[in-house]
Ligand binder design. Structure first.
Ligand SMILES: Cc1ncc(COP(=O)(O)O)c(C=O)c1O
Length: 381
């Protein structure tokens, strides 16, 4: 069984897709009419990939159903049209936008455009792992700097490592897996102090779940006048389209054309060009998803507090908390209870990451939590 997207990538790498194809086409066929959430295929409650437990919106689902007829065509014009639409929404020019097969593809393009032998990536630890994976594939060294005790990026620590060979820095804000924020003003100062040849990715995958405040402001909504900044976003989270694979970058035209050289030809599928545009139009649904997430997150904290457990303050659609017990054993306990939670996040070896699910899914989570065979008093901090 594949329990994570990392495992899925590994499986693809091992060339095992042929054997999976039969199983997946059966799964897909059973869903054609129902669009049931995928957790029901194997009985697992999926609290492991920070997806939108409710999405996509009914209007977007309807569009997905009706757009299958165009699947025989390469969606070249539709892609251009979507790119212009995304540029418009982000108050950018089309030359400043690059589409990817998920923002994961954008991260791969950035790694191959800006890294390579003798070049160095600096990132936080823990953070979202895709860029590290691609940096190493490109032959780069990766420097990982542990988050501060407040779970912000240790920007002074990262700056201390930045030198002539540092061509890329990755900042995930809000950060995955900790759901924590790094203050906007600190990031601005940090970028200003980096070597002139260092590019910076700001990964805003969880942007919609973070309240705009003095601490957080998107680098798309409030751009810096700095050609080295690349902001990434995804349709996999608030828009509920993880399965259709669409992400994008906003950056200077020069940076976009450098990254574009590493894009897969025709990387955007026909269905998502329609679905993404509908998702952007469906502003009420987006607001509703954000509100539901706020409620679900609050309920998670209420449940945690009721058990004298204090998770890390969350600005995303997932929560991380310390169990004071080896994370792999806790993860295995949940798996035995048919609940998938996030994988281990070293160096936070006793923390677990839980993606927020619907109310029933979260009741299952807390039932399994209450059945953990470890002394609960050691989990109270
Ligand atoms: C911080 C972050 N960035 C990027 C991604 C990749 O998302 P996708 O490739 O589905 O757009 C994820 C997925 O979980 C993520 O957590």
């Amino acid at each position: 069984m594949i329990t994570s997207r990392r495992g899925f990538l590994r499986l693809l790498g091992a060339g095992s897709t042929a054997g999976m194809a039969g199983h997946w086409s059966m799964v897909a066929a059973s869903r054609v009419t129902a669009f049931e959430p995928s957790r029901q295929d194997d009985g697992f409650v999926r609290l492991n990939s920070n997806e939108n437990a409710y999405g996509p919106s009914p209007r977007v689902k309807e569009l997905i159903r009706s757009s299958g007829g165009s699947a025989n065509r390469y969606p070249l014009r539709e892609c251009r049209w979507l790119l212009e639409r995304i540029a418009g929404v982000n108050h950018a020019n089309p030359e400043q936008v690059l589409l990817g097969c998920g923002s994961t593809e954008i991260l791969r393009m950035a790694a191959f455009a800006f890294l390579g032998g003798g070049k160095q990536l600096i990132q936080a630890s823990p953070t979202f792992e895709a860029i590290e994976h691609y940096a190493r594939s490109a032959g780069s060294e990766v420097i990982s700097v542990r988050l501060t005790p407040a779970f912000a990026h240790d920007l002074d620590g990262m700056l201390a490592h930045a030198g002539a060979s540092t061509t890329l820095v990755y900042i995930c804000n809000p950060n995955n897996p900790t759901a924590s924020l790094t203050p906007r003003k600190d990031i601005e100062r940090f970028i200003g102090n980096l070597p002139a040849s260092t590019f910076v990715i700001i990964d805003e995958a969880y942007h919609h779940y973070a309240n705009q405040s003095g601490t957080y402001a998107s680098f798309i909504d409030r751009p810096l006048d700095d050609e080295r900044v690349i902001v990434t976003r995804t349709f996999s989270k608030v828009y509920g389209l993880a399965g259709l694979r669409l992400g994008y970058a906003v950056a200077s035209p020069k940076v976009i054309s450098q990254m574009q050289k590493f894009a897969t030809e025709a990387n955007i599928n026909a269905i998502v060009t329609q679905a993404a545009a509908a998702a952007l139009d469906d502003v009420d649904a987006t607001d509703d998803f954000i509100q539901r997430n706020t409620n679900d997150r609050q309920e998670f904290f209420n449940q945690a507090m009721g058990r004298a457990v204090k998770p890390i303050d969350s600005h995303a659609n997932f929560v991380m908390m310390n169990t004071f017990h080896p994370a792999e054993e806790v993860i295995e306990h949940f798996r035995k209870n048919n609940i998938l939670i996030g994988h281990r996040s070293p160096p936070l070896d006793t923390h677990i990451r839980i993606s927020l699910g619907g109310p029933e899914e979260m009741r299952s989570f807390w039932r399994a939590w209450d059945a953990l065979p470890y002394p609960k008093h050691s989990m109270q901090h």
